[in-house]
Design a protein around this ligand. Structure first.
Ligand code: ZN
Ligand code: ZN
Ligand code: ZN
Length: 177
């Protein structure tokens, strides 16, 4: 019979009654008694590590989440700086980029060709489409160009982080002065 050492109480326990051992989110095994007492991620049900308990992540209902579930549900990789950031929870917090390659396809907004750059949203949903052709267009009045930049890359309508928005809008102000 396989004996395992609990990473919390350090006691040995056997797996005779269970198919699978419980683990914390870093894959350390935990005995049943300790698992019962631990704070668990509401999504994957693994016990949180000490580090995760020190700076706990919560979902919108205030339930505890582990770092990887939080990242999966609430974070996005910025297509510009490639850092993780918290996804917008409101439309007016949502910034996205139209790249040069997208603008070159002749995409229009309010019957005018779109310029590449950083846009912000006013409301969700901001665009319409269908399952056959995909994206068709933006709703009138749903978005605003805040800084024209000839961005490279192929990302389409991906949310970008506030740090990049700040960086580019600051450049805009500097250029105007
Ligand atoms: Zn234990
Ligand atoms: Zn989790
Ligand atoms: Zn960024």
């Amino acid at each position: 019979m396989k004996k395992l050492k609990c990473s919390i109480c350090k006691n040995q326990y056997s797996l005779e009654k269970k198919w699978l051992s419980e683990e914390n989110t870093e894959g350390c095994v935990i005995c049943d008694a300790c698992y019962e007492k631990e704070t668990k991620c509401d999504y994957c049900h693994r016990a949180l590590t000490n580090e995760e308990k020190e700076s706990p992540r919560e979902d919108s209902d205030g339930d505890p989440m582990c770092e990887s579930c939080y990242t999966e549900h609430y974070q996005e990789t910025c297509p510009i700086c490639e850092d993780y950031f918290d996804k917008a929870t409101r439309a007016d917090d949502y910034f996205f980029a139209i790249t040069k390659s997208i603008a070159d396809t002749g995409i229009q907004y309010n019957s005018k060709p779109m310029r590449p750059g950083i846009y912000r949203a006013f409301e969700w949903p901001m665009y319409f489409g269908n399952c056959v052709t995909g994206f068709e267009g933006f709703f009138s009045g749903s978005i605003e160009l805040i800084k024209e930049i000839p961005l490279d890359g192929y990302e389409f309508c991906e949310e970008i982080c506030h740090e990049c928005v700040e960086k580019y809008t600051r450049l805009a102000k500097g250029g105007a002065a």
